[in-house]
Design a protein around this ligand. Structure first.
Ligand SMILES: C[S@@+](CC[C@H](N)C(=O)[O-])C[C@H]1O[C@@H](n2cnc3c(N)ncnc32)[C@H](O)[C@@H]1O
Length: 322
C-alpha cells in the first residue's frame, strides 16, 4: 500500500500538471488535430490519464495508458467514472516492459520536463517504435529542440553550489562543492536572467532516432554585462503542425521549470563576449556541458567543462565493478 506521504506526492504532482492551463490547452489542440476516429493510441507515461481522455474525445477506439507510477490507479478510476473503461486500458508498467495485443497508430508522451528529455524518454521512444507502434505511427511530440543561454542565477548558485564553500561551525565542507557544480538542477528561470539570446543546440527527430543520445553545439553573444552562473536549458516540443509545447522563459508558457547546468566558477561576461557551448546527454540521464568564452575585448579564451558523471563521489565498487 502507498504510504501517506507517497499518496500526497502523487496527488500533488498530478494537480500541478493539471493546473497548467497552457500545457493542457496545447496538448488538447494537438490531440484533436492528430487523433482520428478509430485510432489505437499509446499514452506513454499516462499519469492520471488526462491525455488518454483527450484521445477518446477525439475518437480513439482504444487507448493503452501505460504508467510505471501509482498515478495509473487514478487513471483507472477516472476512465471508469467517465464511462471509458472499455476504451482506456490502464497498465501499471514501464513501457519498456509492457506487451500490447496490437500496435498503436499514435504515440502521446509528455515526458519532457525541464530540458526536453526526462530520464530514458529517448530509449522509451526507440523501444516503442520497435515493438508497440505501427511503422507509420504519428508521434506527439515528433521533434524536440533543445535551447540554451548563459544565465545569471546568483541565488540558485549560492544555495546549490556555493553553500558548500561556507564555514559550517568551523568545519570545512568544501570537498562537496565540485560535485554540486557537476549536477543538472531544476531552475525557475525568468527571462531577465538571460545574458544572451538563447540559441538552439539542435533537434531530436523522435521518428528516426536510433541511438538514445544527443550532442549539440550553439554560439551565443552576450547582450549585457553580468555574471554567468551556468547555462539555462529549456525545450520546444513539436506536437503537431503549428502546435508546440515549450518552457521558453520568454513566453507565457507551461509551468515546467527549466534546467540549470552550473559552471564550475561564476564567469563575468561583457556585452559582445562570444560563448561557444556544447551539451550532450545519454538518454537524459547523464549530461555533460562545456563553455568557451572569447572576450569581445580580445584576450585569451576561457574554457570550462562539467559532467554529471562527476556529480557524486563514486565508491571503489562503482568505479572498478568490484
Ligand atoms: C510529466 S508526467 C505526465 C503525465 C500525463 N501524461 C500528463 O500529461 O498529465 C510523466 C509521467 O511519465 C511516466 N513515465 C516516464 N517514462 C515512462 C515509461 N517509460 N513507462 C511508463 N511511465 C513512464 C512518469 O512516471 C510520469 O508519471
Amino acid at each position: 500500500m502507498l504510504s501517506a506521504s507517497d499518496a500526497a506526492h502523487v496527488l500533488r504532482f498530478q494537480s500541478f500538471l493539471l493546473e497548467d492551463a497552457a500545457r493542457l490547452d496545447t496538448w488538447h489542440a494537438a490531440i484533436r488535430a492528430t487523433v482520428r476516429p478509430g485510432d489505437v493510441v499509446l499514452d506513454l507515461g499516462a499519469g492520471m490519464g488526462i491525455l488518454s481522455l483527450f484521445a477518446c474525445e477525439a475518437g480513439a477506439a482504444r487507448v493503452y495508458a501505460v504508467e510505471s507510477a501509482p498515478s495509473i490507479e487514478l487513471a483507472r478510476l477516472v476512465a471508469a467514472d467517465n464511462g471509458l473503461e472499455e476504451r482506456i486500458v490502464c497498465l501499471r508498467e514501464r513501457s519498456q516492459d509492457v506487451e500490447l495485443p496490437e500496435r498503436a497508430d499514435v504515440l502521446l508522451t509528455d515526458t519532457t520536463e525541464t530540458f526536453g528529455l526526462n530520464g530514458q524518454l529517448l530509449s522509451a521512444v526507440i523501444d516503442a517504435r520497435a515493438r508497440l507502434l505501427k511503422p507509420e505511427a504519428r508521434l506527439l511530440p515528433g521533434e524536440i529542440e533543445l535551447h540554451i543561454a548563459p544565465v545569471e542565477a546568483p541565488r540558485a548558485y549560492s544555495s546549490l553550489v556555493d553553500v558548500w564553500a561556507r564555514d559550517f561551525r568551523g568545519f570545512d565542507l568544501s570537498a562537496i562543492r565540485p560535485f554540486a557544480a557537476n549536477n543538472k538542477q531544476p531552475l525557475a528561470l525568468e527571462a531577465e536572467a538571460l545574458l544572451a539570446e538563447p540559441a538552439a543546440l539542435g533537434a531530436l527527430d523522435l521518428g528516426s532516432l536510433t541511438e538514445p543520445s544527443f550532442a549539440g553545439r550553439a554560439h551565443v553573444t552576450a547582450t549585457r554585462a553580468g555574471t554567468a552562473h551556468g547555462l539555462g536549458g529549456f525545450f520546444a516540443a513539436r506536437l503537431a503542425e503549428g502546435i508546440t509545447l515549450s518552457n521558453d522563459p520568454r513566453q507565457a508558457t507551461v509551468s515546467y521549470v527549466r534546467a540549470l547546468l552550473p559552471l564550475a566558477e561564476p564567469l563575468p561576461l561583457g556585452p559582445g563576449d562570444d560563448l561557444a557551448i556544447e551539451v550532450s546527454t545519454h538518454d537524459g540521464r547523464e549530461w555533460s556541458w562545456g563553455v568557451e568564452r572569447t572576450p569581445a575585448s580580445g584576450g585569451p579564451a576561457e574554457r570550462s567543462h562539467q559532467a554529471t558523471l562527476h556529480g557524486f563521489p563514486r565508491t571503489r565498487k562503482e568505479l572498478l565493478g568490484k
